[in-house]
Design a protein around this ligand. Structure first.
Ligand code: SF4
Ligand code: SF4
Length: 398
């Protein structure tokens, strides 16, 4: 995918300004402003690329305000590649000098630093330090309860081998939700797959791309391309990572874990019944980009007696959107409110989501409602297949 002015202008010219994408755009629905709609942003990006409009603060504001949820792209009858357009415009015109991103960059890039950070968070959560940390660093209040950090082996062999896969860890999942990775290994091993975890893998690059740092994003993708050398499926548990890798990794096809699992033979495997209703939140990156959100429902329906339902309003972004929840707090929270209302109206007690960003953002909004467990679907399946090591509060609610 080219990040050039020429590409931007040619792709933007493919927009016929029909407006069919407008009702699908969360920011347009909230503000009613054409400049916060896909059609308006495409016109703005093209006008700035052609030097018809200045690349000023107002332009940056409208581009920054976009969630990159790509609902517009999924709705567009002309298949305009809005995701590539906004990535290109951000790389060329709105690169941000953002303090938190500058500080976070080494942790995003280096797994050893992520590992150290995970230990710090875990130890502080286990000790009296947690209260102090929240006073010194208000952002610590937003952190979820995390599991003890794991040094992953490079291979988790199946007892009876049918095939091999590689697992993409993802920096946020690895730091904040390693139980989803453990659950993935458990289920894949039960299905007969050896699970490889290449140690040289790194972040997918999506956050860097969102921040307009194309150089960093490119370096991260290149590192992943050389880390995943084996010609076996690469599975991602976070749909945001999977979407980013699929867009930019040239030689490898990355698959969401639910989609992969639905292509496997489950004959003879025991899944214990669970007489509960599981609501599913569709991450935009799974619904609009990977277009495999239905496989999450199919996977959860393998649990006998489980009633699997879509969370009403699934077509709209939850506001998490990678770094968006940190950089555009007000809109991120406004959009989340719609999800929280749907959760309340439907008395949801188990919410399954396949993206760590959505999970963290929604769980933060539910912080005071201890009656809702927000979990990756693979955690729910793994537990019903006998994985007993998820010792967190939310697991007790299943
Ligand atoms: S639906 Fe496609 S062609 Fe129509 S305005 Fe939106 S981006 Fe342009
Ligand atoms: S990516 Fe999402 S927020 Fe951005 S213009 Fe498209 S629909 Fe709107």
């Amino acid at each position: 995918m080219s990040l050039s002015i020429e590409y931007l202008i040619v792709e933007a010219d493919r927009c016929v300004a029909c407006g069919l994408c407008l009702p699908h755009c969360p920011t347009y629905r909230k503000t009613g402003s054409e400049a916060d709609s896909p059609r308006g942003r495409i016109q703005l990006m093209r006008a700035v690329a052609q030097d018809i409009l200045p690349n000023n603060a107002r332009f940056k504001e409208h581009i920054d305000f976009c969630l990159s949820c790509r609902s517009c792209e999924a709705a567009c009858p002309n298949s305009v590649n809005y995701g590539a357009l906004v990535d290109t415009s951000r790389a060329l015109h709105t690169q941000k000098k953002n303090l938190w991103f500058t500080l976070a960059k080494p942790f995003i890039r280096h797994r050893s630093l992520q590992y150290g950070l995970s230990w710090l968070i875990w130890l502080s959560q286990k000790s009296q330090l947690a209260g102090l940390l929240r006073v010194i660093m208000p952002v610590a209040k937003r952190l979820p309860e995390i599991q003890q950090p794991v040094r992953w082996k490079t291979l988790y062999p199946a007892a009876s081998k049918r095939g091999e896969v590689s697992l993409f860890l993802g920096c946020a999942t690895n730091t904040f939700d390693n139980s989803t990775l453990k659950a993935s290994i458990h289920v894949l091993n039960k299905l007969g797959f050896d699970v490889h975890i290449p140690s040289a893998q790194t972040c997918c690059g999506s956050i860097a791309r969102q921040m307009g740092d194309a150089v960093e994003a490119k370096n991260l993708v290149a590192q992943n391309e050389s880390a995943f050398k084996q010609a076996i499926p690469i599975l991602s548990v976070a749909s945001g990572c999977g979407a980013g890798l699929n867009d930019y990794m040239r030689e490898h096809k990355v698959q969401d874990i639910s989609a992969f699992l639905m292509s496997c033979d489950w004959a003879g495997l025991q899944i214990n019944a669970m007489k509960k209703t599981i609501y599913v939140q569709d991450p935009c990156t799974l619904r609009n980009v990977q277009k495999s959100h239905q496989t999450v429902y199919d996977l959860l329906k393998k649990i006998p007696e489980a009633d699997v339902q879509a969370l009403p309003g699934n077509g709209q972004c939850c506001g998490g959107a990678g770094a968006y929840m940190l950089t555009q707090g007000k809109m991120a929270n406004d959009l989340r409110e719609d999800k929280l209302s749907a959760i309340k109206r439907n008395n949801v007690s188990i919410l399954a989501t396949s993206n760590i960003g959505c999970g963290l953002h929604i769980a933060e909004g539910l912080r005071d409602q201890h009656s809702v467990a927000v979990l990756h679907p693979i955690q729910i399946i793994a537990r019903q297949m006998g994985l007993e090591t998820l010792k967190c509060k939310k697991e007790n609610m299943l």
